[in-house]
Each structure stands twice: as C-alpha cells, then as structure tokens.
Design a binder for this molecule. Sequence first.
Ligand code: UDP
Ligand code: UDP
Length: 301
Amino acid sequence: SSSIKPPPMPSPLRFSKFFQSSMRILVTGGAGFIGSHLVDKLMENEKNEPLLVEVDQIYHLACPASPIFYKYNPVKTIKTNVIGTLNMLGLAKRVGARILLTSTSEVYGDPLIHPQTESYWGNANPIGVRSCYDEGKRVAETLMFDYHRQYGIEIRIARIFNTYGPRMNIDDGRVVSNFICKHNEPLTVQAPGTQTRSFCYVSDMVDGLIRLMEGENTGSINIGNPGEFTMLELAETVKELINPDVEITMVENTPDDPRQRKPDITKAKELLGWEPKIKLRNGLPLMEDDFRLRLGVPRRK
Ligand code: UDP
Ligand code: UDP
C-alpha cells in the first residue's frame, strides 16, 4: 500500500537472519532449537544472500522456552514476548509482511479440558512463576490479533506443544533432553510422575509451521503430536530404548506444573493437511545419536 515507507539504512534489525530468493523471510530465534531446523529447511529452497531489512514473511520464534531458562529472567522473558512481538508486528506493518508467531500449549495453563482444542480459553495463573511465559504468549497472541483486526496485517499463530530432537541444548533442562543426556545418573521424574506431555519431533514441527505460514488460515492452530505419555512412561521408554540399566528416581516438582497436555490436532489436519509422522519411539534414538555425537559418548553395543 502507499503507506509503506522505504527501509531505514542501515537496518537496526541485524540480530535476525535474512535470506533472499523470490521470497524474503525473516526468522527471529533462528539460532534457537526449532528456529535452526526451520532455517535449514527454508534454506533448501533459497539462495543464501544476506539482506538488510525488507521481507515478505516473518517467522517470529525468539523467546526462551524451557521453564528453567524463562523463569531465570522472567522480566526479560515477558519483554521478549510483549516488546519483541510488538516490534515484529511494527515491522510487518511497515513492510506489508505476513507474520507467524510461535505461541505455545502453555496458553492453556493447567488445562481443565482434555485434549486441548483451540477454542479452549485456558486455565493460566496470571501471577505465578510461569506467567512470564504463558501470559506473555497470551499477550503476544492478543497483539497479533489486534494488529490483524486494526491494520489488516496477515498473521499466523501456531500453538506449539513440547518439541524434541537433534540440536536441543544439552543443558536445556526440559524433560526429554534431561533424560537422554544422563548416562549412568538416575532419570529424575518430578512428582507425581502421572502428569502428561505429548512430544513432537522437530522435523514434523517445522513442516507444520511452514504449512501454516503458506496456507490461508490465521489460527491459532495447535501444532503437536497427540501421542500422550506420563513422565513415568517417558522415563520407562528412555530406559528401554537407551539404557536398560539406568535408575528412575522421583524428585520434587516445581509450582504450577500442568497436569496434562495433549493437542487436539483436528484443525491442523483439516486446514493444513498436516499431521506428525514420527512416533516418540522412533524420534528418541535420533536425538540420542545427536547427543552422543556432541557429548563424545560412544553408542552402546
Ligand atoms: N518497529 C520496528 N521495525 C520496523 C517498524 C516498527 O522495530 O521496521 C517497531 C516500532 O519501533 C514500534 C513497534 O514496532 O515500537 C510498533 O510499530 P507501530 O508502527 O505499530 O507503532 P508506532 O511506531 O506507531 O508506535
Ligand atoms: N520433568 C521431569 N523431570 C525433569 C524435567 C521435567 O519429570 O528432569 C517433568 C516436569 O515436571 C513436567 C514435564 O516433565 O511435568 C515437562 O516439563 P518440561 O520442563 O520438559 O516442559 P514443560 O512442558 O513443563 O514446559
């Protein structure tokens, strides 16, 4: 539109990654876990020429996502979610780009319906230690929709459920990486161990995000694997597949830990033609190979 101004020179957005072809795409959080896989996939179809600022698509991933990290500096977490998303929306508005936010299953809080559908408004504690993340993402979704309604920005919102796979930080602190990086130390299941999560392999996640960006549906849309496990079942599975001799111990939990989490992915199936392909039992060994390589631990015979 005529209100689009030329980019300022030099660009203030040097922290981000730009790739040029017929399509210019900005990925915030492109050096992170899911972001780095997304950039790999996007690069398969793109020449790698740095570009300063004008873009057609923005994948806005930037935000710490592991509870130990987002709770470590909650003020920074909420600033990233609120100010970071506001700035990316300002950029999208100025250049007329389509913007995709990676939101989270945490917007459902400690959910009272199961599995979680997108129409559920959630059960989140606004003043708890997880609020910087879950309320932060809820505000980020609100900002996305307000920019959409008020300025006609093209938005896409993915509600990401627990994701795992190669390249996750060894010290990420989330449950799958914690269990895989322990060789002979016990697997620490946080009490009561009956709480559930549903784990999506990273290549499935990235395919879902790209389909959402390219498709015609604004969202919010759950992207996750509906295969649900209790933390005790996860520990048993890791023990069976990775180290039959490892011990499993119960340790104390942290406040506000959601008791159950499983995506209803009817919308993703119908609207995006997407569903995950990789089962936990097949994905865990792929992650294990990557962790062994990085930790220099040889494969078990
Ligand atoms: N913004 C940005 N890059 C841009 C355009 C805008 O970071 O290319 C920031 C801008 O500084 C502002 C935010 O995005 O803080 C929201 O922009 P908007 O135009 O909606 O708000 P305004 O600048 O009118 O307050
Ligand atoms: N958890 C666990 N042992 C660990 C780390 C986490 O049993 O070493 C549990 C935690 O209590 C929660 C679930 O695993 O119920 C998932 O926690 P995580 O930090 O991986 O991510 P979340 O889904 O809570 O963001």
